[in-house]
Every structure is written in C-alpha cells, then in structure tokens.
Design a binder for this molecule. Structure first.
Ligand SMILES: C[S@@+](CC[C@H](N)C(=O)[O-])C[C@H]1O[C@@H](n2cnc3c(N)ncnc32)[C@H](O)[C@@H]1O
Length: 296
C-alpha cells in the first residue's frame, strides 16, 4: 500500500495531552520523538517550541515520509530513518550533547497494522513480513518461524505473546511445509482455540512474532541503558508501552535509575488513558505511561 496523506487519519495518537504535559516543553528546548509513526505526538510538540528543535526517529521509511508532509508547516524538525537505540549516534551527527525530553510511544501504528501487504494483521492474507524497516536485513516473521527450533518458537510465543497454548501452536506451525503466510497462522489458531478466544490468540501470536522479528526488546533495553547520558538535567523521559513485557523492562530500568539517584519518578504507578480516551480509541486501552526526570 502506498502511503497517502489520508492514511494519517488512521492513527489516533495515544495519551497525547499527558505526553505533552509530562515532557514539560520549553519553547527553546530540544525534544526527541523516538517513535515518530505518523507524527501525531511530534505535531503537537512542534506547536509548543519556537526556537527549539524536534528530532523524529522511526525505523519505518513510510512513516518518515508521511510525517515529513504532516509536519512541513514548521522548520524546527529533523527526521531520521533509524532506531531510537541509535539516538547517541544521531545526536553526535547533529553536534548535540543532550536533549530536554525524549518520548517513546512503543509498538506499531494503525497505519502499519492496516497495510495489507506487510503481514502485521491477522485480517489480511499476505506474506509474514512484519519488519518495521522493510529494507533491512532483519529477519521477517516467517524467518523467525523457519529458522528457530520448536523450543525457541514456543519461548517466543510464551514470553512475547504470553500465550498459554504456546507449545501446541508452535508445534503445529513447525509441522507446516512450504511458505508460511498470515492465513497459515490463523488457520492453526482456529484449530486449537475455541471461537470466543480466537481474536485474542491471533493478537498474542502476531504480537510475539512482530517483537521477535524486529528485536524490539533488545532495542528498548539498549536504549534504556544509554538514554540517561543523553538527557539534560531536569530533562524528561516519557515512555508509553502497550504490553506487560515491555512495561516490565521500562519499570525495572527506571527503578534502577531512581535507586542510583539519577532520576526522579514522576508517578509511582503508571499513568493510564482516561475512560473517555479508551471509549474513543480502543487501541489506547492497554497503554501505560511511565515518566522520569533526570536529577540535575
Ligand atoms: C505507536 S507508533 C507511534 C505513533 C506516533 N506516536 C503517532 O502518534 O503518530 C510506533 C512507531 O514506532 C516505530 N518503531 C518501533 N520500534 C522502533 C525503534 N526501535 N526505533 C524507531 N522507531 C521504532 C514503528 O515503526 C511505529 O511507526
């Protein structure tokens, strides 16, 4: 699917106002949107800086070109087709030592989910690609299935998807011969799961394959090991995650930094979207926001 400006309407930014408030935007500050997506959060950040700068990063080239159009009424931004885990290299390139705030809105955008050629959704038959960066040498989701033994595939479904029938599903998938597509997976889930649980099971299995194909947890962990050195004192880190595996990693790392007295945690418990937001945007229902401020 070729990206068009109408696809921008498909992703509603999650916890937008909470993100803005918690970044504590200064008009002349430098902010990073590490998961630019369709630029929903970046657009509002840009409206609140004048002599400052916004740095937007996304692994997905289509997201970069769509956001560029969306943000183009303003000049105060630079976009990078890269992973947020390389923020240190990007800042070096820009000759910037540290920034005033970093936002990560993890996972995938509705635009990617609705792209019927990329295999992110159980709804559209296609090859099982699922790479955020279509031009990279990363494994596709199909490679993850073909190249891993049953034991490892079971672990992926169990740990990244929290799927109870991980072994059963992995076994049937490994028994398949030839090319494995979206429908190969959904038909196996249909065989082992009662009808009323199918949608949830599809989501868990597709989520697990996507996380594995994109090495998402490694990117997140490497970023969390490093980001504190890239923040100015008083600078904020705001992370929105959508499943417990990611949230647990964020929680532990931020707690560790708190114990080392490097950050202040702004909330003890994660912030969640309002009932109103969830009723308008179902995708926001699993969101959890954690916020830290670097101690100066
Ligand atoms: C939930 S969407 C962000 C949506 C965005 N906040 C908006 O409102 O339009 C997540 C985006 O992060 C990107 N992404 C995932 N992992 C990434 C990584 N390690 N580095 C950079 N971008 C990444 C995905 O390609 C996707 O576009």
């Amino acid at each position: 699917m070729f990206p068009t400006s109408s696809t921008q309407n498909r992703h509603i930014p999650v916890m937008l106002m909470e993100s803005l408030e918690n970044l504590k935007i200064k008009k002349n500050g430098i902010y990073v949107d590490g998961t630019l997506g369709l630029g929903g959060h970046s657009e509002i950040i840009l409206q609140h800086i004048d002599s400052g700068l916004l740095i937007g990063i996304d692994r997905d080239k289509d997201s970069i070109s769509l956001s560029k159009k969306r943000l183009s009424s303003n000049n105060n931004f630079k976009l990078f087709n890269d992973s947020y885990q390389n923020l240190n290299i990007i800042l070096e390139e820009l000759n910037i030592q540290a920034v005033d705030g970093i936002l990560l809105d993890l996972g995938l955008s509705s635009y990617q989910l609705e792209d019927n050629m990329r295999g992110f959704s159980h709804k559209y038959e296609s090859s099982l690609d699922m790479r955020f960066d279509k031009n990279s040498a990363d494994n596709t989701a199909e490679d993850i299935i073909q190249r891993n033994e049953l034991e490892e595939l079971t672990r992926i479904f169990k740990e990244y998807g929290e799927e109870r029938h991980a072994y059963k599903i992995a076994k049937k998938i490994k028994d398949l011969k030839g090319e494995i597509s979206v429908m190969s997976i959904t038909s196996i889930v249909d065989k082992v799961t009662p009808y009323k649980y199918r949608l949830k099971t599809y989501s868990r299995i597709f989520q697990a394959l996507r996380i594995a194909a994109n090495n998402e947890l490694d990117h997140l962990s490497r970023f969390l090991d490093d980001f504190i050195n890239l923040l100015n004192p008083g600078g904020r880190i705001v992370i929105i995650s959508y499943h417990s595996v990611e949230d647990r990693i964020v929680k532990h790392k931020l707690k560790e930094l708190k114990h080392k007295k490097e950050i202040e945690l702004i909330y003890k418990k994660p912030l969640v979207p309002s009932k109103e937001e969830v009723s308008i945007n179902k995708r926001s229902r699993s969101a959890k926001m954690r916020v830290g401020e670097k101690i100066g």
